[in-house]
Structure formats: structure tokens, C-alpha cells
Design a protein around this ligand. Sequence first.
Ligand code: C2E
Ligand code: MG
Ligand code: MG
Ligand code: MG
Length: 283
Amino acid sequence: QAKGDGRNCFKYFSEELTLAARERIKTEFHLRQALERGELSLFYQPQFRVTDGKIIGAEALIRWRTADGEMIPPLRFIPIAEETGLITVIGNWVIETTCSQGKEWLNAGLPPLRLAVNLSSKQFLHSDICEVIEKTLAKTGFPAHLLELELTESILMKREKEAIDILNRLHELGVHLAIDDFGTGYSSLAYLKSFPLDVLKIDKSFIEDIPRHSDDMEITATIIAMAKNLRMRVVAEGVESPEQMTFLQKHQCDLYQGYYSSPPLPAAEFAYFYAQHCTDKQA
Ligand code: C2E
Ligand code: MG
Ligand code: MG
Ligand code: MG
């Protein structure tokens, strides 16, 4: 009997593996196809200055709309792209698309604006990211100081020495470096000092519960104050309410992004929104 059970167990287990593997291969195939068919696009979410509401930059966020119109959120396909190694192709596409778009907007006469791109850990540690950035800037003509790269704490924690090395080389190119989702990992603010970072983005999970949770308010105020001590620009993510805005003004957060002022927008809509905004601010 025991023998039979074992065999069933094994059979079940191996079928599970096959299923998972098959699922991954299928998604990888669809993702590749999505790239070729132009189903991937970038949305841009404006970043506003807290003091006067002026747009200072935008974050590029990937979107996948399948042929039948379904929108697949990045958190459902970026991890698979990481596992299969496709992230390098997709990541390079994101960098190049952002830089060409930025250059186009400059050529069209829009006032300069910093564009931020999210990097995944594989892309950061396992590809020659410095070379990719350098070549893409040269190819598109987008100025380095207008490009910002967003990294997460986990990327930096993974291989500390290697990460510092890469960050220093990126800095030499003139791009800005941001730490994304700050507060969700394990790194301390003191630890941050060892990395050449320009921008700190407070994770939206802290902003979300302002002003309901006093803990989150204290954490946010502390992060803002310490980031300022480290001479980093602070950005609050996921700002949705006037109460949150009042809080950020009071604690002198530098920038914010969130549905309160604008969701991520398709490129053309973003350009329109930004142009409109610049005219308003001038008047
Ligand atoms: P993230 O970089 O932290 O991006 C912020 C996320 O918050 C975005 O989700 C954005 O749409 C969402 N958001 C913006 N304002 C608000 C708000 O007021 N309230 C709430 N609740 N959410 C808001 P999205 O676009 O679904 O992206 C999710 C994550 O996927 C990103 O988190 C980033 O980690 C990853 N991602 C997106 N695009 C790329 C990409 O091109 N490459 C890589 N490697 N990762 C990407
Ligand atoms: Mg981000
Ligand atoms: Mg974030
Ligand atoms: Mg987050």
C-alpha cells in the first residue's frame, strides 16, 4: 500500500511541476509576442512639487493590453519576466521608449521634465545596465540629468558591494538614482548613507493610512526628516486625499504622486496634461 501511495504522490507532484512550468512557458511566449505586436506601452504619472503643485517629473509605468482588450497589471507579468529572463528585453525596451519619448517631448518644445524608470533586480545585477543606459542616452539624445532610475531596497541589499559599484558608475553618467517603495524592506536610513542615492520614495502603504493611523504618520514624518538630513529629495507615493496633502505640506515633503492629482496617463494624454499645466502655471 505504502508503495502505491508513494507513487501517486510522486505522480501528483510531477504533474504540478509540469503545470507550473507549462504555465510559465505559455506566459513567456505571450509576453514575447506582446512585445513584437506592440501590446506593451508606457503610462506616465506626473510628480508634483508639494509647495506649489508644479509638475517636476513623471514616472514611466508599463502596461500590457492584450489583443482582446484585457489590461494585465505589471505585478502579474514583471515577476514572470524576471524568472524567465525576458526582463532584460522588456527592461531595455522600457528604458529606450522612455528616453525616445522624453526626447520627442523636448523636441516638441515641452519644458524639460525628469522621467523615472523602474529597474528590476535581474536587470540591475545581471545585465550591463551601465552600458545599456549610456548607449540609450547617446542613441536617443535624451539628457542624462533628466533620467532617473528607481531601485528597490531588496536590489541594494542583495549584493551590497556590487550594487554600490554599479550605482557609482551610473552616477558618473549623470543620471539620478531613486530608492522606491522605501520602508517595505529591511534597510535602515543610516544604511542608506552608503549608497549614492538622490531620491527617496516613501512607499504608498504608509501614505494610505494618513490620517487614520498615527503610527504611519510618525513613520512618514521621520522618513521625510531623515531623508532631508541625508540631502535626498523625498517623494510621497499614492497620495489620494487632501488630508494627506496637508500632512505632506506640514512636514515639507518635496514631491508627491497619486490619484489626488493624476493617475498614470497614456503618453499623448500625459503630454496634453503637462502642456496645459505649464501654460496655467505661467499665467
Ligand atoms: P511602483 O514603482 O511603486 O509604482 C507605483 C504604483 O502605484 C503604480 O502601480 C501606480 O499606478 C500606483 N499608484 C499611483 N498613484 C496611486 C494612488 O494614488 N493610489 C494607489 N493605490 N496606487 C497608486 P502599477 O503601475 O500597477 O505598477 C506596480 C509596480 O510594478 C510598480 O510599483 C513597479 O514596481 C512595477 N513596474 C511598473 N512598471 C515597471 C517597469 O517598467 N519595469 C519594472 N521592472 N517594474 C515596473
Ligand atoms: Mg516606481
Ligand atoms: Mg513605489
Ligand atoms: Mg509600492
